[in-house]
Design a protein around this ligand. Sequence first.
Ligand code: SF4
Ligand code: SF4
Length: 111
Amino acid sequence: MASEPECLTCGACCFSQLERYVQVTGADYERLGERAEELVSFDGHQAHLRMVDGHCAALRVEASSGRFVCSAYEARPQTCRELARGSPECRAERDAKADRPLIALSRRREA
Ligand code: SF4
Ligand code: SF4
């Protein structure tokens, strides 16, 4: 039905220039387990996934395979779980940011 690509070849929704992008609730923090300290940043009582180079710190941009891999997939926050591939939200993410993962990938390959 949807013309969207596989998420592993897209990655758009994991990109943002915002410092506070994906909210992390108490339940999300628990689920992240031993990755929580590395991946979550706090601002007062608010917690969000840490952002690095314009994308979520959990995202691996793989130069060799050209894939965008969520390294915390099984434990990802609820916000990520709710964004279904092919949904209007997914399409909006791709419309706004589809170029960013490709730019990140070519930078990674040049490094
Ligand atoms: S924007 Fe859509 S197709 Fe791309 S990674 Fe996110 S859910 Fe998957
Ligand atoms: S936790 Fe995974 S799915 Fe969610 S924004 Fe980060 S890399 Fe993307």
